[in-house]
Ligand binder design. Structure first.
Ligand code: PRP
Length: 175
């Protein structure tokens, strides 16, 4: 079944915002080398576009997380599907997320990655849903704050579909 989508954030708006964020990040870090950590799968478009705007010395790595317990009263369990290849020790790490929803994934990653002794660690996310937050999760660079609606596109899926859209859309509720 194909759902009807409404555009929430256009491809053009996303690209403009990413260029602004890249400029802000480079102003903050100067010429320091950065290690971008993309959280799969949702961040694949974001880390690709953002890293091209960022310039300078950049390393890229990926982690993949599977989370359980969202929307329940459980404290939430998080399991690595793929850990990083690179060491974080002494690196200026920028975690790159497509969306921070309940905050479970990010909360867990920040706690874990901090034990690996990075020189610094910050978080960039394209989207944040503050109304859905259930776990404390710090965001340093934010693309867009959105309402608690189900979004797809630009990396985000609905049953693994729509990740390839160049914009962020909302599934239209059926009458
Ligand atoms: C999504 C998204 C974030 C996480 C945010 O990933 O990419 O990593 O959920 O939700 P949270 O703040 O409630 O933890 P998902 O687990 O759907 O995997 P995917 O990126 O492979 O689709």
């Amino acid at each position: 079944m194909t759902e009807k989508l409404d555009v929430l954030i256009s491809a053009e708006k996303i690209q403009v915002r990413l260029q602004e964020l890249a400029q802000q990040v480079r102003e903050d870090y100067g010429d320091e080398p950065l290690l971008l950590v993309g959280i799969l799968k949702g961040s694949y478009q974001l880390i690709s576009d953002f890293s091209r705007y960022l310039g300078g010395e950049v390393k890229i790595d990926f982690a993949q997380i599977s989370s359980y317990g969202e929307g329940t009263t459980s404290s939430g369990l998080v399991r690595f599907k793929k850990d990083l290849d690179l060491s974080l020790e002494g690196e200026h790490v920028l975690i790159v997320e497509d969306i921070v929803d309940t905050g479970l994934t990010l909360n867990h990653l920040l706690e874990l990655f901090q034990t690996r002794r990075p020189a610094s660690m910050r978080v960039l996310t394209l989207l944040s849903k503050p109304a859905a937050r259930a776990y404390p999760a710090r965001v340093d660079y934010l693309g867009f704050e959105i309402d608690d609606v189900f979004v797809v596109g630009y990396g985000l899926d609905y049953a693994e579909r729509y990740r390839n859209l160049p914009y962020v859309g909302v599934v239209r509720s059926q009458p």
